[in-house]
Design a protein around this ligand. Structure first.
Ligand SMILES: [Zn+2]
Length: 360
């Protein structure tokens, strides 16, 4: 626009010179002034000389309506977090250290944690209203006080979780239906599960499994049963295993203390209430595990499914016993790794624990 105006202006002047030679001198002077001033306005204001400098084109002032005397504009480095100006500092050489200190204090109190800005802060050179120019310490305090929502803390916690053994059932057609033998005892394995939890301003945002490491592989349990089980005694559908309540206190899947391979059925006053066989089958485990399942029962349904009932206070069945769907097999308790009376119930499909709620 400016260039077009200039060339039009020059054309007018040239025409005028051709038509009126007397006015040449004065018109040339006017043209010179116009061209010079246009060139001055077209130039970008450069506050810093270095070629690599990212500079702000306009001075940064507290308010557009405020008149700032040139003496109050200070060459400085504006620190922007999430595109927002926090403050400016005259010396930018220690900013990286300052950010590191802010992040270190943000991650304090968290286990094995590292903090980072959600978006990397930007530093822009320019002229700043003196009121924006802070000392490094003041800038640090302001970031910690007002910009902590732009800092995320990732904390990594590793726990050991037990990996239950699989139960492999072999069928011996030469034996009758009451035949039952444990050929090999099972042993739980151990996994180290590292969970990554993200916090912003002390509030948990999300939690997910970051890494799983096998410490010890589980040893499969092998049982042999008689001919009837070959075709399966289980109906393939499951009955709810608690006579007392349908309330699920804790679901299947990953939770803060690791993987939860079943559901916790829990309600006030359920201690001692009946635990029911979810389907017909053979009791393959009726034992005690002090640190894990406590008193627990496993029933093989002969169709690829095994159900597990844990933390019982009492067990009414023994290994090898055939039970029918809905039979009372144990009483709710809080033995093993349990904080309150509840029934921990698992459905194991071909050796893999699955979410029991899919079956009801
Ligand atoms: Zn449980």
């Amino acid at each position: 626009m400016q260039n077009k105006n200039i060339s039009e202006m020059v054309n007018v002047i040239v025409k005028y010179i051709k038509n009126n030679k007397k006015a040449v001198t004065s018109m040339a002077c006017i043209a010179a002034i116009v061209i010079t001033s246009c060139v001055v306005f077209a130039r970008k204001p450069v506050y810093f000389e270095s070629e690599n400098t990212v500079y702000l084109e306009k001075p940064v002032v507290l308010s557009e309506n405020k008149t700032v005397a040139a003496a109050d504009l200070v060459p400085a480095y504006g620190v922007y977090i999430n595109e927002e100006l926090v403050a400016a500092v005259e010396d930018a050489s220690d900013l990286d250290t300052l950010f590191e200190e802010v992040l270190a204090s943000a991650s304090k109190g968290y286990t094995n944690a590292e903090a980072k800005f959600i978006n990397t802060p930007k530093t822009l050179k320019g002229l700043f209203d003196a009121e924006y120019v802070y000392s490094a310490e003041e800038l640090k305090v302001k970031i910690e006080k007002e910009y902590s929502q732009y800092i995320e803390v990732r904390s990594y916690v590793t726990v050991e979780v037990s990996v239950p053994y699989k139960v492999i059932t072999k069928y011996d057609s030469s034996k009758d239906e009451d035949y039952f033998k444990i050929k090999k005892e099972g042993k739980d394995g151990i996994n180290k599960v590292t969970t990554e939890t993200i916090y912003i301003n002390g509030e948990k945002q999300s939690s997910s499994v970051f890494e799983t490491e096998t410490v010890k592989e589980p040893v499969n349990k092998v049982v042999v049963t008689g001919k009837t089980l070959k075709s399966g005694v289980g109906s393939g559908t499951f009955a709810w295993p608690s006579a007392y309540t349908h309330n699920i206190f804790s679901g299947f899947g990953y939770r803060e203390d690791g993987y939860h391979g079943g559901i916790d059925i829990n309600d006030n006053g359920m201690y001692g209430s009946d635990i029911l066989a979810a389907d017909s089958g053979t009791v393959i485990t009726a034992s005690y595990d002090e640190y894990g399942y406590g008193h627990h029962v496993e029933i093989d349904h002969g169709n690829g499914y095994v159900t597990r009932y844990a933390h019982c206070s009492d067990i009414y069945v023994s290994v090898g016993e055939k039970v029918s769907k809905g039979a009372v097999i144990a009483a709710v308790g809080s033995t093993g790794n349990s904080e309150a009376p509840h029934l921990h119930f698992e459905i194991i499909e071909n050796g893999v624990r699955v979410d029991p709620t899919m079956f009801f």
